[in-house]
Design a protein around this ligand. Sequence first.
Ligand code: ATP
Ligand code: PMV
Length: 474
Amino acid sequence: MTPFRSVTALSAPGKVLLTGGYLVLDRSYTGTVFALDARIHVIVQQLSKGHRRDPASPSDTRPEAGTQEAEDTVIVRSPQFVDAVWEYSIRRCENGGGVKAVQKGDGPRNPFVETSLSYALTYISYVANSKDFGSLVITIIADNDYYSETAASKGPASARRGRFANFGVPLQDAHKTGLGSSAALVTAFVSALVIHRTMHADDLGAGRDKIHNLAQAAHCAAQGKVGSGFDVAAAVYGSCLYRRFSPAILEAVGDVGSAGFEERLFAVVEDADPQHPWDTECVDFGMQLPRGLQMVLCDVECGSQTPTMVKKVLEWRKNNRSEADVLWASLQKNNECLRQELKHLAQHPDANPDGDFSEVRSYVHRTRHHIRTMTRLTGVPIEPRVQTELLDAISEIDGVVGGVVPGAGGYDAIALLIRDDPAVISRLNESLTNWKSSVEDDFGGKIGHVRLLGVRHGSEGVKNEILDQYAGWL
Ligand SMILES: Nc1ncnc2c1ncn2[C@@H]1O[C@H](COP(=O)(O)OP(=O)(O)OP(=O)(O)O)[C@@H](O)[C@H]1O
Ligand SMILES: C[C@@](O)(CCOP(=O)(O)O)CC(=O)O
């Protein structure tokens, strides 16, 4: 007898905030976010009653010993990483407090997994009016570009099983490249559970707004703050022009376990609170890049402290409001011109037979100019000198239209718009192989080994997946 009653698999993409970093935190401004073809996959397997899984050996299932049903258990595993298994018991809380996932053992916790599980099960149990989940095994598989390469992932092809690499290190030692792994994970995770228990796979399109609301709530709770949410929006809807939701929508949800939590979460997900209606705007979602243009990312093997940077920029803005307003307005205006130009070129491919992207190039150039002003005025390394040097050099390569430090900027991967031609990739690889910075950074930062990631623009949001591609991982 197969130990699984049913299996559901979904994936959600990572993101690049091409323009609008910091501005998008305020509803008066917008950000242009591109979804990537790097995705995080979540596969939910429902164990037949009477079977139990050994977390140490996930392929080994055996009949439950004893007479009665054991308590519901959820095992979450991330098999590309060493010891990445989290086992939860499922507790029903009193006074409408929802359903809480309580980690067993004292291994490292994973707040994004734990919160997504509690939030999704709370919503599902309230909607389905059932607290009977059975036991589940949930597997997370990420496309390789979310993390810098490791000795194991670079190793022989045997270390890869199909498209996905084995990183051979614990998750906490993996160096993230900044593609928004937590937002893609939370989105795929809650979607997979909701589809598994309360919707048919074909209902995903119609259920997208509810999934968005649930994922935003879970992601904010897991990261302990209400961010702009552009990363979750891209994971759900794909590439779009994003205007954030009013933070008050999520401020009163409270914690799992607190009295009335399930009702409050239900109202948030179903947009049923007349005091706080959802006001997220995702315009032109699923938008494509113009024909002949591609986006690539370049890892600089370093990394930034985004929360500290955000705090400092917002502090400066508060204390220098009129100067900030002028700069924010200039950035917004230019970013909007860039977006409109990209949209126009995408919608009228025949109007640009020679692949002339000179307007795009000058808008990118101007955006960078404003970002450097922001860097200087705030004293925050948004486009620090080592990145200026790299972006300037790369922008001179034939076929490179322009590049920016996306999102919060700093020493994270840079985003480049290039002519969609393998020769441009070869030229880029050639000049990056031995890249060495020759300037002294204004913030004392250093960039490491510079390499093109394999990730490209993806445009599509959360979607159903077929199981064949996970051979060897489940
Ligand atoms: N493959 C995975 N399996 C399980 N958990 C993961 C996985 N990848 C990421 N996570 C969770 O997401 C966290 C990283 O999220 P964080 O918000 O710090 O980064 P990010 O979303 O990748 O980056 P950024 O916001 O800079 O784009 C990890 O600490 C872990 O909890
Ligand atoms: C600085 C900010 O506007 C963008 C951060 O983007 P990223 O995580 O660096 O891709 C913060 C936010 O929007 O939540």
